[in-house]
Ligand binder design. Sequence first.
Ligand SMILES: Cc1cc2nc3c(=O)[nH]c(=O)nc-3n(C[C@H](O)[C@H](O)[C@H](O)COP(=O)(O)OP(=O)(O)OC[C@H]3O[C@@H](n4cnc5c(N)ncnc54)[C@H](O)[C@@H]3O)c2cc1C
Length: 381
Amino acid sequence: MDFRLSPEQEQFRDAVRRFADKHLAQGARERAHAPGYPWDVAQRMAEQGLLGITLAQADGGQGGSLMDAVIAIEAIAAVCPRSADVVQAGSFGAIRVLAEYGSALHKKRFLAKLLSGESVICVGMTEPEAGSAVTDLATTATRDGEGYRVNGAKVFTTHSAYAELILAYVRFAPGVGGIGSVLIQKDSPGLRIGKPSAFMSGEEWAELRFEDVRVPADMVLLGEGGFKKQIAGFNVERIGNAARSLALGRYAYERARQWAMQRRQFGRLLCEFQGLQWKFAEMKIRLDAGQLLLYRAAANADRGFPSAEETSIAKAFCNQAGFDVANEALQAMGGLGYSQDELVEYCLRRCRGWMIAGGSIEILKNRIAESVFERSFPQRG
Ligand SMILES: Cc1cc2nc3c(=O)[nH]c(=O)nc-3n(C[C@H](O)[C@H](O)[C@H](O)COP(=O)(O)OP(=O)(O)OC[C@H]3O[C@@H](n4cnc5c(N)ncnc54)[C@H](O)[C@@H]3O)c2cc1C
């Protein structure tokens, strides 16, 4: 067992870091406070080969591994936390599910634009009455001639305010077995995009309402019985979510560490007070522990999908660790940490959201408990 990155991985990390230092350091603060998507960053990353890292070369991707994509998130977030979302959108989330399960037509029609950084795909699972209990989703796809009519609503969907393509979880029939997914384009008649709302992070989301949206049969991604496959793919999204939690926690830690070595109070540097040293030691322990869990889940996935158990453990730990570390880093920086002049408060706000998004920490712990006791625990009363 070797806990170090391989020479190729180190080279890749250093190259991404150089790219980030050159192109993303300037404007990092402004990007964090801008509500929309950083399209300029996406297009630059596309040119640099940082979109589609985990997609096969035959699909226009880089043919890299999930570990490569995690390394890219870490290297980018260390310079510009907001830009790490672009790596996520280009390699982890719905785009990866589309590349895995999509037909030749889907790939031909959508992948090139997504990989060029000109458009983004969002995944609509959550509904007003189906959050953690996602299999309660009520958006229906009803047979209509050669295709389907989709009716229902999705909430809290990341990128929903500007995504050109929606991967929507829908119900073809009752029960878990009746769930699948369809691809819906933004300009589809009957799709209503609500007024943008904002998360605590400042990111925009808008309600997606489907009113008799016509979906041709060839725009079904996964038909009836597709739910398990969909969730297997969703574990990739969770790895990216865990990686960003940890990377933003690390960003905050690093900034606070630098501050503690230059800020003086009572005639001494902050880092000379034991009360703060122990905080930093604790932060370091949590970051390193999270990284090992994250790397285990990502590296074991090789080029396939990560294990549900390892992903749940990594995400639950990294979500909590990222938030706790960002919180302690903020504390160690005093008023400056709480100020929007620094990105530490932004990292804290972002990390808070990932404790809920993509499977809350509680839901992940439910999944881990099933592995612990080797049995399922249905949550329904
Ligand atoms: C930043 C952010 C981005 C998001 N992006 C997307 C997206 O792109 N696409 C999308 O579809 N959705 C997205 N979501 C929605 C997210 O998936 C849901 O918010 C999440 O699944 C929880 O659902 P809920 O908000 O309805 O809370 P609820 O399900 O109502 O849960 C409320 C609380 O109860 C807890 N709880 C519920 N059931 C149990 C249980 N059985 N055991 C223990 N605790 C339980 C939850 O953990 C939570 O703390 C996003 C959310 C956030 C915050």
